[in-house]
Every structure is written in C-alpha cells, then in structure tokens.
Design a protein around this ligand. Structure first.
Ligand SMILES: [Zn+2]
Length: 177
C-alpha cells in the first residue's frame, strides 16, 4: 500500500486540478474539456478504492464519532488540504441543486449543465482522496504512531487513550528528531 501512495497522491491531485479546469471552462461556456469525463470517472474509482482501504483502520473511531473520527483521519494534512473536504463537498451540493431545475425528466440533457454538475460532483471525491492520502503520508513520515495527551503511544488511531482516557492525536514529530 505505502509504496503506491505517491502515485495515488499524484492521481488525486491531477484529478482535482482537471475537475477545477473542467468546472472553470464549463462556467465560461467553453466545452473543450468534456472529453475528460470518462478518464475522470475511471480515475475516481481508482483513487476511491485506495482511499477506502487506507481509511479502514479509522472505521471504529468514525463509528464512535463521525466528526471527530474523520477529523482524526485528516491529522497531518496541511490546513488548506483539510479544507478541501468541506469546500468541494459544499460546492458540489450547490451545483447539484442549481442544476436540478434544468433536468428534464430526471436527467440532464444540456451539455453545459452536464459539464458543470459532473465536474463539481467529481471534485469532493478527488479532494477527499488527496486530503486523506496526504495526511496518512505525513503521519507515516513521522513514524506512524498516535500519542495521547499524557504521552502514551498507540499503534492504531483512537479518540481516547485506552490507558488514561486522554485525547489522542497523531504524533507528527520526525522519529529521532
Ligand atoms: Zn494515555
């Protein structure tokens, strides 16, 4: 898994940039990039499959508290990368609802709206894959451990330390530094 991470990071980043370009050109009414929809859809399944596997260890903490669990999974990512998750998600929702009145019989037929909606709906998937992979990679570089406020080390992510119940966060110090 880990050796492939840089490729997925690159794929997620490229996908996100393509979505943004596609969105921008669609907004301008230029439909040069409509052909990227199929490769973007395929890429989306690849990065999502990878993302789901890398997030498996977070299953228990997300079940315990969805908000705190996802936030824990993002620990290590730079702040602007963390923001990609709510921003791209919110943007996709807005585009979706704006496009609803333009759907005919439940389907979008106008290529202008198809481009706008697809590019914005793909964005959160690429944004999230990028953010979670970035976070996991930074944590691994730092030794891949979790530490509670009292300094107890854990190998698996948890919201509270099993020994002293203190909050647990990713250890982001370089090992040996
Ligand atoms: Zn502890």
């Amino acid at each position: 898994m880990k050796p492939f991470r840089p490729y997925f990071l690159g794929l997620a980043g490229t996908g996100l940039v393509l979505c943004l370009l596609w969105q921008a050109t669609s907004l301008l009414g230029v439909h040069r990039l409509d052909a990227v929809s199929l490769p973007l859809l395929v890429g989306l399944f690849v990065v999502q499959a990878f993302n789901v596997v890398q997030l498996l260890p977070f299953g228990p903490v997300v079940r315990e508290s969805p908000t705190a669990g996802w936030r824990l999974a993002l620990e290590g990512a730079p702040k602007w990368v963390k923001w990609l998750v709510p921003i791209t998600g919110g943007y996709a929702l807005c585009a979706f609802f704006l496009a609803l009145p333009h759907a005919v019989g439940g389907a979008l037929t106008d290529p202008h709206w198809i481009g706008l909606v697809l590019s914005s709906v793909f964005m959160p998937f690429y944004g999230a894959a990028l953010a979670y992979t970035w976070a996991a990679s930074t944590r691994d570089d730092a030794g891949g451990t979790w530490v509670c406020a009292n300094g107890h080390q854990l190998d698996e992510p948890a919201l509270h330390c099993p020994r002293c119940k203190a909050d647990v966060h990713a250890s982001l110090k370089q090992p040996g530094a």
